[in-house]
Every structure is written in structure tokens, then in C-alpha cells.
Design a protein around this ligand. Structure first.
Ligand SMILES: Nc1ncnc2c1ncn2[C@@H]1O[C@H](COP(=O)(O)OP(=O)(O)O)[C@@H](O)[C@H]1O
Ligand SMILES: [Mg+2]
Length: 223
């Protein structure tokens, strides 16, 4: 479904020095995979996920989705990918603070259907499934961290993307909520979604079927 070939990313820091974000990354993702990528802070996890998620150009290499390099295509092709085929759970959620949980989740669906009611209905069904039925009309700012995490998760899956990417999805959660969120990813995976989670915690990574280690922008255990 997805392949990274010799991907590298260099940044320039505020002293105008080159900083290695990623180097020499090769990765094959098959449909139905559940992969976690573990590494310490600064190892390149977010950079890697942004590149996979059609959000950031690599400096070198190719990112093939269905054998087509997404960064050789147009920006509008990449935004279509992001809207319909890739669900992204951001570390900082990126939800809209003054909208309700329901509207936050419905936004991506409104962009793909002309029927507002259908979008809202789908958002409501999802939130109910994730135990947020009593929070539909709460503003994002009125929700607990665990609830925000689940709202972000609902938003990422509302358009039924084949690929779900999550950046430190349990970073702010207690152990019980961490288990709940990771079990949700397992459920989504068993329903056919391909999932990549990045985390700095080994026990979170262990929920995946396959664990890769990242250090200084490189995989340390092969592919
Ligand atoms: N926009 C940027 N400008 C300069 N350096 C960056 C930028 N984004 C990331 N980096 C650097 O790239 C490396 C990897 O960062 P990141 O992918 O955020 O790591 P992680 O998510 O594992 O903490 C770090 O050294 C970081 O400082
Ligand atoms: Mg990060």
C-alpha cells in the first residue's frame, strides 16, 4: 500500500546549521499492518509521520502510495489523499476549540458529502461508539484530555481512511485511558484499517503487530 525508499529529511536550524531529521529510511507498509515506531524525543518520529501523511516533503527519496510518488503529484492530489485516504491523529489534536465535539468530528465528512445531515449523523454514530454520546455538544475546550483524544480519533476515521497515522496518541493519558485508546486502534485494525502509531513508550508500542525502533533519524532494526 505504501513504500518509503531512501527517504531523508534535513532541516536548517535558527543558526543556519543543517539538522538531520531522517536519514536512509526504507519502509514497506502492507494493507492490514499495525506498525508502531518507537524512539526517544528528537529521533524523527513526527517528521516520519508527517512525511508518510502527505504533510511534509522529504529532502530526498520517494514516498510511494499505490506505486505513485505522492510528492511528485500536485498539492491538490495530496490534499485529496489527506481528506479521504489518510486519517491523522495529531499529538496536539488540532481540533477547533470553539466547535462542539460533534462538529469537530463532522468537519471532514462535510467536505466529502453534500449532505450535511449525513455528515452529522456519521459523526454522532462514531462518537457514540467511542463512549462520547453524552459529550456531543460540549465544546472541545470543555472536554477532558482523554475525551479530546477520542474526539481526535473519531475525526481521523470519519471518512473511513484506509491508513490511520497517530503521533503519540497516548502522550497525555493515564494507564487506563492509554489501554482504551490502544485497544481502539487494535479494533480499527481488525476492521481492516492499516495503522501506524509513533510513541516513545515501549509498552504502548507493544499493542502493534510489528515494532520498529528509530534513533537519530534511522531505523535500528532493519526495514
Ligand atoms: N521544523 C524544524 N526545523 C528544524 N529542525 C527540526 C524541525 N522539525 C524537526 N526538527 C529536528 O529534527 C529532529 C527530529 O524531530 P522530530 O521528528 O520532531 O522528533 P520526535 O517526534 O521523535 O521528537 C530533531 O532534532 C528536531 O529538532
Ligand atoms: Mg514528535
Amino acid at each position: 500500500m505504501l513504500e518509503l525508499k531512501e527517504v531523508a529529511k534535513e532541516f536548517t536550524n535558527n543558526k543556519k546549521e543543517d539538522v538531520v531529521g531522517l536519514a536512509d529510511i526504507n519502509l514497506k507498509v502492507e494493507e492490514g499492518d499495525f506498525i508502531s515506531i518507537v524512539g526517544p524525543s528528537g529521533s524523527g518520529k513526527s517528521t516520519l509521520l508527517f512525511i508518510i501523511g502527505a504533510l511534509m516533503n522529504p529532502t530526498e527519496g520517494q514516498v510511494l502510495m499505490r506505486d505513485e510518488d505522492m510528492y511528485d503529484s500536485t498539492p491538490s492530489y495530496r490534499s485529496k489523499l489527506r481528506l479521504r485516504e489518510i486519517g491523522f491523529v495529531f499529538q496536539t489534536f488540532n481540533l477547533i476549540p470553539y466547535l462542539s465535539a460533534l462538529d469537530n468530528v463532522a468537519v471532514p465528512a462535510m467536505l466529502t458529502t453534500t449532505f450535511r445531515n449525513e455528515a452529522v449523523q456519521r459523526a454522532e454514530d462514531l462518537l457514540n461508539r467511542f463512549g462520547l454520546g453524552a459529550r456531543l455538544n460540549h465544546k472541545f475546550a470543555e472536554l477532558s484530555v482523554g475525551e479530546r483524544q477520542r474526539v481526535a480519533l473519531c475525526r481521523s476515521v470519519i471518512n473511513n481512511p484506509g491508513l490511520i497515522l497517530a503521533d503519540e496518541p497516548t502522550g497525555n493519558l493515564d494507564p487506563k485511558m492509554t489501554h482504551e485508546v490502544m485497544a481502539l486502534f487494535q479494533e480499527l485494525n481488525s476492521n481492516g484499517h492499516t495503522i501506524i502509531v509513533v510513541t516513545h513508550e515501549e509498552d504502548v508500542a507493544a499493542y502493534a503487530k510489528k515494532v520498529l525502533h528509530l534513533q537519530d533519524g534511522k531505523f535500528t532494526n532493519g526495514k
